[in-house]
Design a protein around this ligand. Structure first.
Ligand code: ATP
Ligand code: MG
Length: 587
């Protein structure tokens, strides 16, 4: 794909991590980086201690969490306060007889209790599993059952709407803790319970390989899987935030991902706190004006968001962004889905900064590939593997997935090679299992390599370009077509707001490329625009251009913001929809 280099952003000029970065690129070792962590005073490693407690002696009065409520009022919690509240929560779990290793689930929006519960449960040695608060009763039940939840922390209204009716079908669930002052039938109120606990707590002596987090995947390709991460992952959270997000102790950092997903936990809670900075959390829903005003009012310096959110901002136009003082903003990054080059360029125009794409998965636990501040940004590419991450593309078989022979795969070395993206096992935040599904876990590896299920191309300089998920790649008239390339090409047209591309069975071509398109305001759908877009696609893409275009009011997304191409395809072909528990708008 063509790309235009863009000038070095402000971040590059200001980022002090770059000095380290140049050095580390050559001689990186996870062992050396580990010196940045302190470990538990009595031995062992605990994510919550690394995130919060170790900062308390020197920076106890620094703001750790700035929580902006729905009414735009900011509430500050210092490192010392957060440590103490988490201690009380950990004490409560211990008093209730919840043992280390048991699963503590959260079903909460962005409220302070969420941070307290997550950090407290980690201190108690429990495994934290965050659920997305907009899930309906069935996805909640499914995950509580799969993860054998012992404890659920939620809000009274969420309990009534989503849990009460399904509670009997989750027999392992012994305690439901609810925010606020009032016990309900079968629930214990958190505020008085925490007040009754001691402000200090002896952290459970967790070992680096003890399970800490259970994260369910987004369910884009099928039924969500529960990825298990251990306390050692915190090393990757810390290091990747330093190099891919350029975090510094003085930063004000805002991650817009919901804490119910891995991004909202790895980078919405853990990583920024390990850097001792101020984390912004906004209780409000997405609204372009609100988001810009949070960026401006909180003087956010580093912002981590997602393509779906950026596309929504783009729909409102760059002029809106210019009405706000975004001068504190130093670095913007995006994850979750392919970031169209359009969005990178828009960032420069509207925010005065390019958007840095990066790639990772629930399974990888932390950022693996990024368009890092210190390197040239190539719009449309995911960037370069981070220090300590060894990536490659491997030879594919007929089904689009890696070709595995005698348990091994063949890394492709020629420039421009395209294949399944693979990562050499052994980085600290690599998942250690799919919960209760060892067979599926084993199938994700071939020899030394973890197979990601994504198809990518590596250019001559080692930049990785996303082609598509192995399941989504289209085979049309002898060409392998990546949906992302087609979608990005269409998005370069001023009328197109978002595109989702699928392969539709065709007797001649095998599969035919079909695009579903939503439009910017002011562009009426119709035959004229359809023909124009078909021609526009042909000019940009040649043989792999879409042959059919259908206009839509909206495209189906997962709740974590990804276009659900498999659902577009199932509906188009009249096939069963499969697992739609993570479909946005479903209950
Ligand atoms: P499931 O595994 O249940 O199908 P999922 O893969 O969408 O769901 P996540 O772990 O939330 O679940 O998402 C990781 C996936 O998101 C990656 O494998 C990739 O397909 C996509 N992705 C993430 N970041 C990027 C990016 N920068 N560019 C392209 N794709 C990305
Ligand atoms: Mg996946």
């Amino acid at each position: 794909m063509a790309w235009t280099p863009i000038p070095k952003p402000r971040a590059v000029r200001e980022a002090t991590n770059l000095v380290d970065y140049a050095r580390t690129r050559a001689g990186f070792s996870w062992t050396a980086e580990r010196a940045a962590l302190s470990g538990l005073p009595g031995g062992g490693l605990n994510i919550a201690y690394e995130a919060v407690d170790r900062h308390v002696s020197e920076h106890g009065d620094r703001v750790a969490l700035r929580w902006v409520d729905r009414h735009d009022v900011a509430h500050d919690y210092t490192y010392a306060e957060l440590a103490e509240r988490a201690n009380r929560f950990a004490g409560l779990l211990r008093r209730l007889g919840v043992a280390p290793g048991e699963r503590v689930f959260t079903l909460l929006g962005r409220v302070p209790e969420l941070y307290v519960a997550v950090l407290g449960a980690l201190k108690a040695g429990c495994v934290v599993s965050p659920l997305f608060s907009a899930f309906g009763p069935e996805p909640v039940r499914q995950r509580l059952r799969i993860g054998e939840a012992s404890v659920l922390v939620t809000a009274p209204q969420l309990y009534r709407r989503k849990v009460a009716a399904i509670r009997d079908s989750v027999p392992a669930l012994r305690h439901v803790l609810v925010t606020g002052d009032e016990d309900g039938p079968g629930t214990l109120a958190l505020a008085p319970a925490l007040a009754a606990e001691a402000p200090s707590f002896d952290i459970e002596p967790t070992a680096p390989e003890d399970p800490a987090l259970l994260h369910f995947t987004s369910g884009t390709t099928g039924t969500p899987k529960g990825a298990v991460h251990v306390h050692e992952a915190v090393l990757a959270h810390y290091v990747t935030a330093k190099y891919a997000l350029d975090l510094h102790p003085g930063d004000v950092f805002w991650c817009t991902a919901d804490p119910g997903w891995v991004t909202g936990m790895s980078y919405g809670v853990i990583a920024p706190l390990t850097h001792g900075l101020t984390l912004v959390s906004d209780e409000g829903d997405f609204d372009a004006r609100r988001w810009y005003s949070v960026l401006a009012a909180q003087r956010v310096s580093v912002w981590y968001t997602a393509p779906t959110a950026l596309r929504m901002l783009m729909r409102q136009g760059a002029d809106l962004a210019r009405q706000y003082d975004l001068s504190a903003l130093r670095f913007v990054a995006s994850v979750g889905e392919p970031l169209n080059p359009e969005a990178v360029v828009w960032g420069q125009d509207a925010l005065g900064l390019p958007v840095h794409d990066n790639w990772w998965q629930t399974e990888t636990g932390a950022i693996m590939i990024s368009n890092f501040a210190g390197e040239e940004v190539r719009p449309g590419s995911m960037g370069l593997p981070l220090p300590g991450i060894d990536a490659c593309v491997v030879l594919r078989g007929e089904d689009g997935r890696a070709l595995v022979r005698h348990g091994e795969v063949t890394p492709l070395t020629d420039p421009g090679a395209e294949g399944e993206l693979a990562l050499r096992r052994g980085w600290p935040s690599m998942f250690r299992g799919y919960w209760r599904d060892p067979a599926r876990y084993a199938k994700s590896f071939a020899g030394e390599w973890y197979l990601t299920g994504d198809i990518a191309r590596r250019d001559a300089d080692g930049y990785y370009w996303f082609v598509g998920r192995a399941d989504d790649v289209i085979k049309s008239a002898g060409h392998l077509v990546g949906p992302f390339e087609v979608e990005s090409a269409l998005m370069a047209h001023p009328a197109v707001a978002e595109a989702g591309v699928i392969g539709k069975p065709d007797p001649v071509a095998g599969e035919l490329v079909k695009a579903f398109v939503t439009l910017h305001e002011g562009y009426p759908p119709g035959e004229a625009l359809e023909l124009e877009l078909l021609a526009f696609g042909r000019k940009a893409l040649g043989a792999v251009a879409p042959k059919e275009i259908e206009f839509r009011q909206s495209l189906p997304h997962t709740r974590s913001g990804k276009v659900l191409r498999r659902l577009l395809k199932a509906r188009e072909l009249g096939l069963p929809e499969g697992d739609v528990s993570t479909l946005e708008g479903a209950s």
